[in-house]
Design a protein around this ligand. Structure first.
Ligand code: HEM
Ligand SMILES: CC(C)=CCC/C(C)=C/CC/C(C)=C/COP(=O)(O)OP(=O)(O)O
Length: 310
């Protein structure tokens, strides 16, 4: 039996489930939620909620929305890691996660993930609204049932994965009672396009690990020089006009558009730097730029929206 098979089977041993509650165990559950991505997603939910409610903003409904959507997000990330034990075991970036390292058992994570997702969806249906519950369920299905298995088959998976990835502000928007209209679509379109340079730079950085684990995150296992750089530049360029849509649908004013333009140009410059010199350093800088771009853009959009009501 290979080392991989041995360690994979070790994950299924029940001993992890029998361990008592401890700080280390809570830390494992926290890691299972992918806390940094989930935090960014919940910040996007809160900003989407504020954009969707504006003059009728109130704290308690927002807390209900964050709680329900947060539970679904935890369910998404737990079930995603459950489906990826084998590939996570093969990548240095993910091998230390609680499931591949055997600190949590398959059965407990299965129960935890399904419970979180179901409770979250029912909570949203009861305490928020049916549309948000339905869209959260759709996000879960697209992420866990479609995107995650597709990672092993085709690099098109990332385009599919960008759909649930673009949902958090829309879930906040509908939780506030907003309709699915051109304004919410403009936010979805921004978030959708933003992800391409973000994950392409990540997928390029870890391309050897992904290849070793059998995951097709890039169009080729070892892409031609500049191919991924060009893709980043094209998506960052497309993002600039799309990020200006909110002013045209009366969601924001010119202050937002000015900031969006500056951020968009910065994102494009970092993409061009990566294209000109595809190195780990320029890829990391592009990832950092993406992680600054999104919260700054959404916060400015929300601030500018609130100014329209004052
Ligand atoms: C198809 C879509 C996406 C893919 C494939 C993707 C993939 C990844 C991966 C693999 C990392 C880890 C990078 C590392 O270990 O160095 C990461 C980091 C990150 N992503 Fe994404 N991501 C996507 C969309 C999103 C979305 C929608 C958000 C926010 C709502 C987000 C927020 C973050 C944050 C905050 C980090 C940095 C923290 C961390 O490394 O855990 N990502 N992303
Ligand atoms: C209900 C709700 C708000 C859900 C969360 C939606 C959300 C933020 C999805 C993230 C999108 C995504 C494809 C992440 C990468 O996963 P990956 O499996 O490629 O990352 P990994 O390799 O680190 O496991």
């Amino acid at each position: 039996m290979s080392t991989t098979q041995q360690s994979y089977i070790a994950v299924e041993e029940p001993k992890a489930a029998a361990r008592p509650i401890s700080l280390a165990r809570l830390a494992d559950y926290l890691e299972l939620t992918k806390p940094r991505i989930s935090t960014m997603a919940l910040i996007s939910v809160a900003l989407g909620y504020t954009l969707g409610s504006a003059h009728s903003w109130s704290l308690l409904p927002l807390i209900h929305a964050l709680f329900g959507i947060g539970l679904v997000a935890v369910g998404c990330n737990s079930l995603n890691q459950l489906l990826e034990i084998k590939s996570d075991q093969l990548m240095p970036r993910t091998t230390g996660r609680p499931l591949p390292s055997g600190r949590l058992s398959v059965s407990e994570v299965l129960v935890f993930g399904i419970l979180c997702a179901l409770i979250g969806i029912f909570y949203l249906a009861l305490m928020v609204n049916l549309l948000t519950a339905f869209l959260s369920m759709l996000t879960l299905v697209l992420y866990v049932v479609v995107y995650t298995p597709l990672k092993r088959c085709t690099s098109f998976c990332t385009t599919i994965g960008a759909i649930p990835g673009a949902m958090p502000p829309i879930l906040g928007w509908t939780a506030a009672g907003g309709n699915l209209n051109t304004a919410s679509f403009s936010i979805f379109a921004i978030m959708f396009l933003w992800q391409f340079p973000h994950f392409l730079a990540i997928a390029w950085l870890y391309r050897h690990q992904y290849h070793q684990a059998g995951l097709k995150m890039l169009p080729a296992a070892d892409p031609r020089p500049r191919m991924i750089g060009w893709m980043c530049v094209i998506y960052a360029t497309l993002l600039i006009p799309v990020s200006l849509l909110p002013q045209y649908v009366s969601l924001a004013g010119s202050v937002y558009s000015g900031v969006a333009l500056v951020l968009g140009i910065a994102y494009l410059i970092f993409s061009i730097r990566f294209l000109g010199n595809e190195t780990r350093k320029t890829a990391r800088e592009l990832i950092w730029c993406s992680l600054i771009y999104l919260p700054v853009l959404l916060i400015t959009l929300t601030w500018d929206r609130l100014q329209l009501f004052n």
